[in-house]
Design a protein around this ligand. Structure first.
Ligand SMILES: C[S@@+](CC[C@H](N)C(=O)[O-])C[C@H]1O[C@@H](n2cnc3c(N)ncnc32)[C@H](O)[C@@H]1O
Length: 233
């Protein structure tokens, strides 16, 4: 898996700028389901400060800016190719509320986030698994320590070997006094027989634990500290 800016830039050069197919239904449905999950917890009129790591082309950034009318987004992206894409895609009315910077989620200095209009919400959707488990632990320690009132949303494929390990994630927050508020399956694996039954299998994955373990692919998690000020809706 790519890790550095150079490796991500090369990946984008080799895949015509989009290795994941951001126009596909699979991705747009996942982004819509992620927004639905995030917006369940946060009042849309409040002046929230989102810190979004790994925005890629800004598809989720745009959804956030569209839904949370008073929010600001600081988007931190490792690849300068992707930074250029986000900036291009945010041209127009959204741009004034978004700041896009090139940076690595592991070394990004949270002290540099000065203009906070309101409570902080951290978004790390489909990006934290690109860094090593040791780096992930450091990042979680840093976020939880720096923003004890934040809501932290993380998504990724739940697969212990290569991507994210759900128990590990819950434990990393747990030892810092944070708890899992909710998790939701966003996509199911590409299983040919389930191809035409994607919505049904997604619903089953969200209600049946055993089915989930077998077929769930990407899941989203929201964590908060015990004493977080921001009230759930
Ligand atoms: C699969 S895309 C996910 C994009 C978007 N967050 C979403 O949910 O659709 C992963 C993105 O994370 C970026 N990325 C990967 N590692 C990163 C890091 N260490 N720091 C910041 N961005 C990173 C990649 O360049 C890419 O834009």
């Amino acid at each position: 898996m790519a890790r550095t800016a150079e490796e991500f830039n090369l990946l984008y050069e080799q895949t015509n700028g989009d290795p994941w197919g951001y126009e596909s239904r699979y991705v747009t449905d996942r982004l819509d389901a992620s927004l639905e999950f995030v917006s369940k917890y946060l009042p849309n009129a409040q002046p929230l400060q989102f810190i979004e790591f790994g925005p890629f082309d800004g598809s989720f950034t745009r959804r956030i800016l569209g839904h949370f009318e008073n929010a600001k987004v600081l988007a931190v992206e490792i690849s300068d190719h992707a930074v250029a894409k986000v900036r291009k895609n945010l041209q127009g009315k959204d741009q004034g509320r978004a700041l896009v910077v090139q940076g690595d989620l592991v070394s990004f200095d949270l002290n540099s986030v000065t203009a906070k209009p309101g409570p902080v919400v951290i978004l790390a959707l489909e990006c934290i698994y690109y860094v090593s488990p040791e780096e992930r632990a450091r990042v979680i320690a840093n976020w939880t320590c720096h923003y004890p009132d934040a809501f932290i949303f993380i998504s990724g494929p739940i697969n212990q070997d290569r991507y994210l390990d759900e128990s590990w994630l819950i434990e990393q927050f747990g030892v810092r006094g944070w708890s899992l508020v909710e998790s939701k399956v966003l996509t199911v694996r590409h299983v040919p027989i389930l191809g035409r039954l994607r919505r049904t299998s997604l619903m089953l994955a969200n209600v049946l634990g055993s089915f989930k373990r077998r077929f769930a692919n990407q899941s989203i998690f929201v964590f908060k500290a015990a004493n977080a000020q921001l009230k759930l809706k």
